[in-house]
Design a protein around this ligand. Sequence first.
Ligand SMILES: [Zn+2]
Length: 356
Amino acid sequence: MEKQRHTAKSVMELFRQLPEGERAEFLKMLGEAQDGNEDLETMLTEKRFSGGRVCPICGGVHVQRNGRRANGSQKFVCKDCGKTFSIRKNTIFSGTHKSASVWKEFLRCMSEGLSLDKTAERCGITHATAFVWRHKVLDAIGDALKDTELTGIVEADEAFLPVSYKGDRKAFDGGGCGRKPRKRGGCNHKRGLSDELVCLPCAVDRKGKAIGRVAKLGKCSAAAVKAVLGGHVSAKATLCTDGEASYRKFSKGNGNGLVQIKGGKGTVKGIYHIQHLNAYHSRLKTFLASFRGVSTKYLNNYLTWNNVMGAARSLAEKTSALMDIAVSALFSETSLAIPKRSPLPILVEKQSKTKL
Ligand SMILES: [Zn+2]
C-alpha cells in the first residue's frame, strides 16, 4: 500500500477530526516541538545584543567572545571592565540552569494562573523554586510596565482589599500587625474603610492599558491618587470617575478634563462611564481569589501580572508576552533575597505605631 503523503491542508483536516481535548494536547505538543529549536541562549543573545554586544556589568561595548563554559554556554569578556560573563548574567535566568523548555512551561503555567504546587509539578521544579521564579517574572513585568501611559478616556477609581500577612508568620508572632490572624475568607474586624483595608487607586484607558498600586491603608486621599496615577496619565486625557474629591484634585493638578459619574453608575454623553474600570476591579478580585489570597507585600506584583494577562487575548499570546518580558529584563537580585522581602512601607509604619 502506498504511504500517504501529508500536506499542511491534509494535516489541518485531520486536526479538525480530533476530539476537543485531543486538540488542546496536540497544540501543546506542537508548541513544545517549536520550543526545542529555540534555545534560551539564542533568545537571550538576540534580545540583549540586538544593538551590538553590551557588557551587562559596566555597559561597555568592547565585548568579545571568550571560549565556553564546561556546560557549553558561550562566555564573553568585556575589554572595558575586564569581567567575563555569560549571556544569562543579570537576567532572571542567571543561576537557574534550566532549559528554555522548562522556562516556557513555567510561563505557560503562569498564563494559565496555576498554583505554585501545580506549576512545580508540571515543570519538575520545587515549590520554593516556583515561588522565586514567579516573583522574578513579576518584578520583570513591573519593570517593563513602569512607564505605562494612559491616554484618551481614562476611567479611575480605587479598590479596597483586606490587608494580608500571608506567609509572614513573624508579623503575627510579634503581635506587630495589631490584630489576630484572620481565617481565610473571614470578614474584617472593623466595619467600613478601616486601616485593615489597603487602598489601591486604579485606572484603565480604552486601549486596555491599566495601572494600579497599593497606596495606603484605609480610605483614599488626593495624595494616594497622585502617588499612583501621577506620571501615568497623559495631560491630554479625560478623566472619568465617580464623585470622589481626590480625583477632582488630581485632574486639576494634572491638567486633565474631568467627567464625574454620580454613584459610578450610568453613562454621560454616550461615552463617559466607568464600566471598564468596574470590570477591571472584578477581574482583579477573581484573579487574586484564584491564588486563595495574596500577601499584601506582593500585591503590586500581582496587580501588574493581572494587567499583562488582561491585555493578551489567548493563552499563547499571554505566554509569549511573558517570555518577551522575561528575556528583556535585567535582574540582579539573588533568588535567596526574594522571600526575605519586608512588608510594604505602609505596613511597616502601621506595625511600629502599634508597638508603641
Ligand atoms: Zn564591562
